[in-house]
Design a protein around this ligand. Sequence first.
Ligand code: MG
Length: 251
Amino acid sequence: MILLKSDRELEKMRVSGQITAEVLSEVTQIIEPGIETIELDRFCDKLVRLKGAIPAFKGYRGFPGSICVSINEEVVHGIPKKRKLKNGDIVSIDFGVLCDGYYGDKAITLAVGLISHEKQQLLKVTEEALWKGIEQAIPGNRLGNISNAIEKHILMHKFSIVRDYVGHGIGRSMHEEPQIPNYGDPGEGPLLKEGMVFAIEPMVNMGTHAVRTLNDGWTVITRDKKPSAHFENTVAITESGPEVLTCLKKS
Ligand code: MG
């Protein structure tokens, strides 16, 4: 069952979403060659608690970090550690927040120093694909409209779509129904209604779509070791269209 959120609940989710966006925006400022991924984790963990919220990934099914940090061929779920970012890397940071009983979830992929043209293109297309999906998050559409808009954009640019991991409903739980694949047919799947809140999150590979999990039990990498990008926003479906809860509000 897809849970519909009341106005009161949406108000709380705006707060969680905003904190998620603020922390990711601030960690972006300290990304540079030489910084260790564990430092990024500590930064986000401290900041989110200062804002009165809890890092949602910490301890989730035993995950050790407060952020997922995935470099180059790492797709998702990378563990923060004493590994330094290097010039030319791309780094995905996925961050979840729990505040007053409601979750926010967002991911961005960033360039470390100067990156290749292909990596720039991968980041651009993945972020664009996310927005193509968000545009379809309107009452009266079907879930497949979101999935298909994302898929079309990625395939048009000759990249491949990770199929083993998908977006999800979000609210009082981090992962609610429905699952939101980044591929599919328009007109298929559940009807979208006002009050639904989704974490939409394309994961896009430069080479093969195939992935595998490392022996650490968490880190997912591409099978061909080519780079992968990930962008995610938490989006509410409202009467007047999609409302992105994890975008930074101008203060
Ligand atoms: Mg998510």
